[in-house]
Design a protein around this ligand. Structure first.
Ligand SMILES: [Ca+2]
Ligand SMILES: [Ca+2]
Length: 157
């Protein structure tokens, strides 16, 4: 009986510790990631993530990229992430944090991932291999949202 109570306590403790993220969100470090079941244009994906009190996913470390890739590979789709080069061709920016993606920040572009096909690919996706590439912003795709585990004060949109 005592052991059963101990087990129940441990389960409860685990649930409490893991409640840093909403159910259905995946927890790594200080972040929670969400993988959409629906497809949206890049702009609408941003709005959907904002509705979930989160931002269209920014992937800011190799650990996060590896973690995210496990789910993206399983689901086997391309997913929008929160980077675009809409304002200036070739200058990629994380849109929630306004961080420019350059040599000083983490990125995982595929070797030929930034082909800007037809001069009209200004939004970023992560594919099942975990590499990133550009795609047409007005196409509908699955998307990844991210929020911090301590999201009070985090600003979205
Ligand atoms: Ca572009
Ligand atoms: Ca492309």
């Amino acid at each position: 009986m005592a052991i059963q109570r101990l087990c129940a306590s441990l389960v409860l403790l685990f649930v409490l510790v893991d409640s840093d993220c909403p159910s259905n969100w995946k927890h790594i470090g200080n972040y929670c990631f969400f993988f959409s079941k629906d497809t949206e244009t890049w702009i609408n994906a941003r709005l959907m993530c904002n509705n979930y009190q989160s931002h269209l996913g920014e992937i800011t470390s190799e650990d996060q990229n590896k973690f995210v890739t496990k789910f993206v590979a399983d689901l086997n789709h391309d997913f929008w992430i929160g980077a675009a080069d809409v304002l200036k061709e070739g200058e990629w920016v994380w849109y929630n944090s306004h961080q420019i993606i350059d040599n000083s920040t983490y990125s995982n572009w595929a070797a030929n991932g930034l082909d800007d096909a037809n001069g009209n690919e200004n939004c970023a996706q992560i594919g099942p291999t975990g590499e990133w590439h550009d795609a047409q912003c007005d196409q509908s795709h699955y998307y990844i949202c991210r929020r911090s585990t301590d999201h009070n004060g985090e600003v979205f949109g």
